[in-house]
Ligand binder design. Structure first.
Ligand code: GLN
Length: 186
């Protein structure tokens, strides 16, 4: 299994490490020629969504990535990556997000919570995180909530978390993503 990891900016190395721990191959996408390699899935990492958007457009990656996701390429977006998937950005996932939703006081925090279909007590590290304000279509479902706000969702082959699973040793979310890819391929 070969996973493309968007590596323009942000926390992409940790995703590569998690996927490699699970036995998947990864490659970094920094320009269009990287993207054109064969791949079974895509990671959109955390970082700064405004910067990532500008780079995606500038490098000519915006359209091809959007098109591939719409064609069914499995994608996992974390934090800024979740923002990229949302309405008004790539817009492939029918969610509306609130950026920097936890304000200045609580910019970063750690908690644990259940994720539907994955398990209980998953570590959740939030760093100037968004949350999902609204799910805009019935094929998209909430997978986790923290303090009454949706922090994880899935829509077909698209998985998104407001937190950073790659920063904790728990591999269950990445495992779930690889499983999703395996199902998509069969
Ligand atoms: N605050 C960032 C944004 O709005 C997201 C932070 C993160 O990815 N850790 O894009």
């Amino acid at each position: 299994m070969k996973i493309a990891v968007l590596a323009l900016q942000g926390a992409f190395i940790e995703h590569e490490q998690r996927l490699q721990q699970l036995g998947a191959d990864t490659f970094e996408v920094r320009q269009l020629s990287d993207w054109q390699q064969p791949k079974d899935g895509l990671i959109l990492p955390g970082g700064e969504s405004t910067v990532q958007m500008r780079l995606l457009r500038g490098l000519g990656l915006y359209e091809p990535i959007r098109e591939a996701i719409l064609q069914g390429l499995p994608v996992f977006g974390t934090c800024a990556g979740m923002i990229l998937l949302s309405d008004g950005y790539l817009g492939t996932m029918h969610i509306r997000v609130r950026r920097n939703a936890y304000g200045r006081q609580l910019g970063s925090f750690h908690t644990e919570g259940a994720v539907t279909g994955i398990g209980d007590r998953l570590p959740m590290t939030f760093i100037r995180a968004p949350y999902i304000d609204e799910i805009l279509s019935s094929d998209c479902r909430a997978l986790a909530e923290v303090d009454g706000h949706i922090v994880a969702a899935q829509q077909g082959n698209q998985l998104a978390t407001a937190f950073h699973p790659e920063l904790d040793p728990d591999l269950r979310l990445h495992q779930h993503f690889l499983q999703l890819i395996a199902e998509a391929r069969s």
